[in-house]
Design a protein around this ligand. Structure first.
Ligand SMILES: Cc1cc2nc3c(=O)[nH]c(=O)nc-3n(C[C@H](O)[C@H](O)[C@H](O)COP(=O)(O)O)c2cc1C
Length: 416
């Protein structure tokens, strides 16, 4: 049997070391309070993952502006008021040797109707027609608002560092604000922030530079980037490769490759059902792009999406196209999977398609998020996940909880 490459350590460009090649990719936990403060459930969930043997643990997306949530229950970091819980969260995840990076995000237009008073985006481009009932057309951000958001990314990163997180990851994928700036479909500006690929890249590069300015040279800063948006007129592979080169020149430590948006959810594999047999034979969705990215940069690459077996992960590492294997859904139904995988054994659990049985709901691509979030909530309460739970029941319970969460979030904000 070939060596299990998952066990090799990895040195990052700025000097940090990951103890092995297995990473937990971001999964939004929705476990904050309605006032968006971190909770003990998060501490418990990350204690569990922290003891599984993972080299790197990336948190679910953490928002940088209380006025710009992606969903009820997001953690928001804008000041030091939650430093004690953030510190406990960092300790729980890192106590046994894993690195913990906070994923920092701004949703831009990708936020359900009614949650935020205003949704900002590069341009006022409406959603796909069948989604317009759930997501409203955003307002174009002013230059002052753009500058404020950039500073907020930096401030949140500095607070994470102070709390004991080992690094941060910029969320530039999956259709959120940074991805919107990169996309010619969403970014129709003709000022300094749009109009050419270079100008569309300026926002992400400024966010990176501001974070680096606030955390210093040796604190790991990574990014999650789309290989492409899988949407007509969206961010292309070519622009993604150019963005990777620019980020590498700027000093980024780790680039995680993913793809898709809410309007075209490639990240969960839905778009890959029609993929070529040669690609289907390999587990991961974005390996072909990773090979191209490897040709463009020496910066460590992480690929997330589709990895299930120790053999599949090792084959991908052997190919040399990537350095870190990202896992999401498997770790929500089997938080101990890394212990087996690092010994070359597969998890006993299988990631299966989650369906509500109702086409209109499944097409939105949110079904999986809803179902897996419920599993994370169970682990956060100290319970075992329920891999057999029905999709429709989970969906209905979550719609009620999300409606209630939106109502409570808005009421709390009205009182503040
Ligand atoms: C419940 C859930 C929440 C997610 N939240 C995030 C998130 O906050 N940030 C992010 O970059 N990706 C998020 N993702 C996408 C995952 O990181 C990952 O890219 C995707 O699930 C594919 O990997 P997998 O096949 O190993 O699950 C989420 C996925 C799930 C299932």
């Amino acid at each position: 049997m070939e060596a299990n490459l998952l066990n090799q350590s990895l040195r990052l460009p700025n000097g940090g070391v990951l103890r092995n090649r297995l990473a937990k990719a971001a999964m939004s936990e929705a476990l904050a309070t309605y006032g968006n403060r971190p909770t003990e459930a998060l501490v418990e969930l990350y204690r569990r993952w922290g003891s599984s043997g993972l080299g790197l643990i990336i948190t679910g997306n953490v928002m940088i502006d209380r006025r710009a949530l992606g969903e009820p229950g997001n953690v928001v970091i804008e000041d030091e008021s939650d430093l004690p819980v953030l510190t406990r969260w960092a300790q729980a995840a890192t106590a046994q040797g894993a690195a913990l990076w906070a994923q920092l995000n701004h949703p831009g237009k990708q936020s359900p109707k009614g949650l935020n008073a205003v949704n900002l985006a590069p341009s006022a481009v409406p959603f796909r027609q069948d989604m317009a009932a759930f997501f409203e057309t955003p307002r174009e951000a002013t230059t002052a608002e753009i500058q404020d958001i950039i500073e907020r990314f930096g401030r949140a990163a500095a607070i994470c560092k102070k709390a004991g997180f080992s690094g941060v990851q910029i969320h530039a994928a999956h259709g959120y604000l940074i991805n919107q700036f990169l996309s010619p479909h969403h970014n129709r500006r003709d000022d300094a922030w749009g109009g050419t690929p270079e100008k569309r890249r300026r926002f992400v590069l400024d966010v990176y530079a501001e974070i680096r300015r606030q955390v210093g040279a040796s604190f790991p800063v990574g990014i999650k980037l789309n290989s492409a948006d899988f949407q007509r007129g969206g961010f292309t592979e070519e622009e993604s490769l150019d963005t990777i080169r620019a980020l590498a020149d700027a000093g980024i430590d780790l680039i995680e490759v993913s793809g898709g948006t809410y309007e075209a959810p490639a990240m969960s594999g839905i778009m890959q059902e029609t993929r070529k047999a040669s690609t289907a034979a390999r587990e991961a969705y974005f390996l072909g792009f990773a090979e191209k990215a490897r040709g463009a940069t020496q910066v460590p690459l992480m690929v997330t999406g589709g990895f299930r077996t120790a053999a599949g992960m090792n084959a991908a590492l052997h190919s040399g196209a990537l350095d870190v294997v990202g896992l999401a859904r498997l770790l929500a139904i089997d938080p101990d999977a890394p212990a087996s995988l690092l010994q070359g054994r597969d998890s006993a659990q299988h990631v299966r398609p989650i369906s509500s049985g109702l086409k209109a709901i499944d097409r939105m691509g949110l079904m999986e998020i809803v179902w897996y979030t419920r599993q994370l909530r169970r682990i956060g309460k100290g319970k075992a996940p329920r891999p057999d739970e029905s999709g429709l029941a989970a969906f209905l319970k979550s719609v009620i909880a999300s409606g209630w969460g939106t109502f409570r979030t808005k009421r709390l904000r009205a009182r503040a």
